[in-house]
Design a protein around this ligand. Sequence first.
Ligand SMILES: *Cc1c(COP(=O)(O)O)cnc(C)c1O
Length: 464
Amino acid sequence: MNHLPNQFPTAELQRRDAAHHLHPFTAAGELAEKGARVITSANGVYVTDSEGQDILDAMAGLWCVNIGYGRPELAEVAAQQMRELPYYNTFFQTTHLPVIDLSERIAQLAPGDLNHVFYGSSGSEANDTNIRLVRQYWALQGKPEKSIIISRKNAYHGSTLGGASLGGMVSMHEQGGLPIPDIHHINQPHWWAEGGDMSSDEFGLARARELEQAIEDLGEHRVAAFIAEPVQGAGGVIIPPDSYWPEIQRICDKYEILLIADEVICGFGRTGNWFGSQTFNIRPDIISIAKGLSSGYQPIGGSVVSDAVAEVMATSEFTHGYTYSSHPVAAAVALENLRILEDEKIVERVRDVTGPYLEKKWKSLADHPLVGEAKIIGMMGSIALSPNKANRARFKSDAGTIGYMCRERCFANHLIMRHVGDRMIISPPLIISTGEIDQLIARVQTALDETAAQVRREGLWQEA
Ligand SMILES: *Cc1c(COP(=O)(O)O)cnc(C)c1O
């Protein structure tokens, strides 16, 4: 690595951080006591903290650093674009080279006739665009009452008013008066937690049919669209039963509603294909993209819409846009990221080599006494921590107690793995090698052993 080690005392950095920086999704008081971990540099699949410790980042930042850290090509493209044209908008009947190139490239990569891109700087902004876009799409066809968007409980679609409303996170709806009107949530296809006595496939069908029931109850004339992540990410890497998506697709085909696939995590190789829609054989009318689009090197996201949707939208002005829509530096960096993903055959390698390798090792974690199930698709996986896998029991302690304990044991073993309640999740950079996968799995094993010992020691091995 070609960077200097950190020169500042960690405690001093933590004090200054706590004094003036408000962290996202964080209880500030608690963090101020503990002190934030200071990350100073990164390379490949490793981040380095202010103490000089290398940590294997099994979350690729926040699910986004698909090509791994430290690729100088992206830095060079950004610098060159900043010299050439650091900023210009595309509001005033203007355009520029990076956005022309990127849009063409995305249209080539995206499935079906998803050929038209509206940009923002994030996944949240993409989904806000989607809310306004699908409502306007129906209004333009004389159906302004078709405004309800159906989503799912425990979905994640971002943190803006629109994104958080589409999302089904109870803790987010509890703050700030969400959701906004005309968003309706159905149940999620989370068999492990909610499947009861049903087989996984029976349960998948039952949960998909809640969409049909909701359309019937609300009235087809009121429903604009259904939005879902191909695989729920932030909700806990919940891979739906095989029966789920075909039934959802059947229902979307039967009724006059648009299907929005939120590909913010699944897009750009995460599931072993370019898009999760390809992995699950879905034909969306719109996809949301962000994260892996630029591997997180620049903030950029967007909505990619079908020819049919674009054609309707073209008949009037869409009164929507962000100052940083179609940002030239972000677009240039995204394009270079896509070039690397493609030239280095990173998606194919996940599908054919490293994905299957990781899958085999990950699934073997289900043998651990603390692990109920181990699920994985491509480079996103989850394990359910359970006191009794025979009956899919939950722990008696508050949800997340054991998960947080496990996350702390991961950090202690130089591994970043996130917990969602008592579910542990990974989403490593797609360039992770088989040797690094071995290291990842070994660290997970150690963290699980240490967590199991602590759970026993503290008398927490109890079923709810
Ligand atoms: C992260 C995420 C978003 C929000 O993206 P931001 O860039 O954080 O606004 C939306 N949808 C999904 C599925 C995500 O994982």
